[in-house]
Design a protein around this ligand. Structure first.
Ligand SMILES: *[C@@H]1O[C@H](CO)[C@@H](O)[C@H](O)[C@H]1NC(C)=O
Ligand SMILES: *[C@@H]1O[C@H](CO)[C@@H](O)[C@H](O)[C@H]1NC(C)=O
Ligand SMILES: *[C@@H]1O[C@H](CO)[C@@H](O)[C@H](O)[C@H]1NC(C)=O
Ligand SMILES: *[C@@H]1O[C@H](CO)[C@@H](O)[C@H](O)[C@H]1NC(C)=O
Length: 385
């Protein structure tokens, strides 16, 4: 069990106002996830072969060419420059999985038009969707870095050999290349968590604790889904000797797992204190009041946590980064989230007949060509009003 620490109490207002000029810049500055949308290559100085080669030591400067990283991320990047491509690939993997998992829902995990700030306002909303994005991109980085380790693409890590030669509980031998989850997780903790930790240090906001918790939940998902794979050795297919290794789950399994956690996400609510309890607190003194405020919120390490409710995502609201569901394809016979009823928020739908022309009933004719008929099918396509 982990715990989300309750808020650090009220901040003096004038200071907050002063800092808010910096708030906007801060939000942009710390969002490393854009690396998954943009990729690393376009950010490098074009035609500079030395810098293009990520594994050379001079490529340390790559890390300074990447905008939007906080100081610790630049430092982590500089100490293992070849991992930055895995970070980008991992974020990409997370974003793709998010879009797959939410393809049928009102919020479909669009990254939006601003490439620098993927997900736009959704990343700041503090809702279940925010929680999912943090968890899935964090898991993506662990996944990509760990796989890169095992395939020998990174200089700082390789397979996990720590169990080599030991026996499994079933009496088989550990061998082969176990995926190096420990390296992947440590790396992701240092890189992905850095902006949130930095901001939490400065502002003591529950928001950053939420993000940190969900980052960890993403890593935990991979950890819990690790599996043992074995191979038999022996004469003519017998299984006299069996070697086993630990392997990382497929990323779609991670996506399914996290989607499940999204459905059961827990909302953290700051306890509202009644007037009488405030009066009681005052008489009990300051120390008691503090401990009351910081009451812990018990929640599993693998659970997603959010602090705000989700909007219904039905109606377009560009300011809040909500696309609305106008024009989305819906399924008339489905009873799930993609049903016309739910997806169109009760506004109804338009129906179009789409004509598909296909080659069909193909036959092989001696010798040597294929003869087909043309089939025409009409399909009703429904889109939300
Ligand atoms: C990149 O640098 C490494 C180490 O110096 C070298 O082995 C490799 O051949 C280089 N790759 C390219 C494409 O230049
Ligand atoms: C390892 O590097 C090769 C060559 O750059 C690339 O094609 C491959 O996808 C990488 N594998 C992983 C798991 O990152
Ligand atoms: C999400 O839905 C919007 C319409 O609301 C559509 O324009 C967009 O292509 C969809 N994005 C994905 C990733 O499916
Ligand atoms: C619509 O939903 C039904 C029931 O869930 C499903 O069998 C069907 O394949 C779906 N149609 C499309 C076009 O996705």
């Amino acid at each position: 069990m982990g715990a989300l620490q309750g808020g650090g109490g009220a901040r003096p207002l004038p200071r907050l106002l002063l800092l808010c000029a910096a708030c906007v810049g801060m939000a942009r500055a710390g969002n490393w996830m854009y690396l998954g949308v943009v990729g690393v290559t376009p950010l490098l100085p074009q035609g500079d072969q030395e810098v293009q080669n990520v594994s050379t030591s001079s490529a340390v400067s790559i890390c300074q060419h990447l905008p939007g990283l906080v100081q610790q991320q630049v430092a982590v990047c500089q100490s293992n420059p070849d991992t930055i491509k895995s970070v980008s690939a991992g974020a990409r993997r997370g974003i793709n999985e998010c879009q797959y998992q939410f393809r049928n829902e009102r919020w479909n995990c669009t990254t939006g038009v601003d490439l620098d700030v993927p997900f736009g306002y959704t990343l700041k909303r503090g809702s279940k969707e925010t929680a999912f994005i943090y968890a899935v991109t964090s898991a993506g980085v662990v996944h990509a870095v760990t796989q890169a380790c095992s395939s020998g693409n990174l200089t700082d890590c390789s397979c996990d050999m720590s169990k080599q030669g030991l026996s499994t509980p079933e009496g088989w031998k550990w061998g082969g290349c176990s995926d190096n989850l420990r390296f992947g997780i440590q790396f992701a903790r240092q890189f992905v968590d850095a902006p949130e930790k930095e901001r939490h240090k400065k502002f003591k906001r529950v928001r950053n604790l939420m993000n940190l918790h969900n980052n960890e939940a993403g890593r935990e998902a991979i950890s819990r889904l690790m599996k043992m794979q074995c191979r038999c050795h022996g004469v003519s297919g017998s299984c006299e000797l069996k070697t086993c290794w630990r392997s990382i789950p497929t990323f779609s399994a991670v996506g399914d797992y996290l989607k499940d956690k999204y459905n059961g996400a827990r909302q953290y609510k700051r306890k509202k204190r009644s007037r009488s309890s405030r009066r009681r607190d005052r008489s009990r003194g300051r120390r008691k009041r503090r401990s009351r405020r910081n009451r812990r919120f018990p929640v599993g390490k693998d659970e997603l946590v959010h602090i705000h409710k989700s909007p219904n995502y039905c109606v377009k609201d560009p300011k809040k980064g909500i696309l609305g569901t106008y024009g989305r394809y819906c399924n008339k016979t489905s009873r799930g989230a993609d049903s016309c009823d739910l997806l169109c928020c009760g506004r109804g739908y338009n129906t179009q007949v789409v004509r598909y022309v296909e080659r069909c009933h193909c036959k092989f004719v001696w010798c040597c060509y294929v003869k087909c008929k043309t089939c025409v099918t009409n399909v009703d396509v429904h889109t939300c009003k």
